[in-house]
Design a protein around this ligand. Structure first.
Ligand code: FE2
Length: 310
């Protein structure tokens, strides 16, 4: 608003300082061009009316519809390893940052979030909002102590918005400048074994995040090769996370969800791989595993505001 005011004042000043001839010429031009300028003005006013209508429509959209519409645009050219432009990423982040639990029909009193003392690993519920070949939107509902084990997002850009509660996130990225090891050995000093023992393949990863997050907090974003592409969620309290994946998991397209175990750096010794003592805590060995048997994710119907799919 300040800039606009300054510009108006400057224009007024410049016009009053024009020589008389120039003013006359300017007046004559404005008369001869009056029809053209009137039609330009009409078209401008039509354009601004259309812009106002679009803005009004945008403000009338439900937050989840706005999220869907934004995803549709942001992931229009989605594919394995394709990262949307920084401008698009920021636009989607801004939409997600504004979303509240009630915008997706959630409240902490719902049964999904109830503590179940009889289960060591309480069931998690996934509320599916939308999935197409470009992106997916859904909500993970975790009761206290619920865990989504360490898993990856191959070639994907992932937005996670904590809607309520407190959650511990631990995430890793691969260390790319060390050999992918197929013959790691268990360090005998760690395991008290007399001989080094052959182990399945492990790969070195660096810790990206290892912290508790409490809503409201910023949307976290991970990318195909950084930002913590492998992550594990642990519910400190009951919590809900809105997840947007672009593109979504797809076995035929090679985007398979893999689960991992993580081991301290000191547990394995691998030739040519060394890390300064003070940084060892920041590294871990990841080893592929089957989907954990005690992981239960129940799908349920999303019952928040409907979206109109386009
Ligand atoms: Fe994930």
């Amino acid at each position: 608003m300040g800039i606009e005011t300054k510009l108006t004042k400057l224009k007024g000043k410049e016009l009053s300082e024009l020589p008389k001839e120039a003013k006359a010429e300017s007046k004559s031009n404005s008369t001869s061009n009056s029809i053209g300028s009137r039609s330009r003005n009409m078209s401008k006013s039509r354009q601004s009316r259309r812009t106002r209508q679009r803005q009004k429509k945008a403000t009338m959209l439900s937050p989840v519809q706005r999220l869907y519409d934004t995803c549709k645009d942001v992931f229009a050219f989605s594919g394995t390893g394709i990262i949307p432009s920084p401008e698009k990423i920021e636009r989607l982040r801004a939409v997600l940052d504004e979303i509240k639990p009630t915008d997706v029909g959630l409240k902490p009193e719902l049964p999904y979030f109830r503590e179940n003392a009889s289960r060591k690993n309480p069931a998690i519920t996934y509320l599916h909002i939308h999935e197409c070949d470009k992106f997916s939107m859904g909500i993970f509902c975790l009761p206290p102590s619920g865990v989504i084990p360490l898993h990856n997002h191959p070639g994907m850009t992932v937005f996670s918005k904590l809607l309520f509660g407190t959650m511990h996130i631990k995430s890793y990225d691969w260390v790319v400048d060390v050999p992918c090891d197929t013959s790691a050995n268990v360090d005998s000093s760690e395991t008290k074994q007399p001989e080094k023992q052959q182990q399945p393949e492990v790969r070195l990863a660096k810790v990206k995040v290892d912290s508790d997050f409490s809503a409201p907090c910023d949307t976290s974003i991970l990318y195909p090769a950084d930002g913590g592409n492998m992550h594990c969620f642990t519910a400190v309290t009951a919590c809900a996370v809105l997840d947007v994946l672009g593109p979504p998991y797809s076995d035929p397209d090679g985007r398979h969800c893999t689960y991992y175990l993580d081991f301290p750096f000191a547990n394995f010794s691998v030739e040519e791989v060394s890390v300064p003592e003070e940084e060892k805590e920041s590294y871990a060995w990841l080893q592929e595993r089957e989907k954990p048997e005690d992981l239960t994710v129940d799908g349920d119907i999303y019952s928040g505001p409907k979206i109109v799919e386009k």
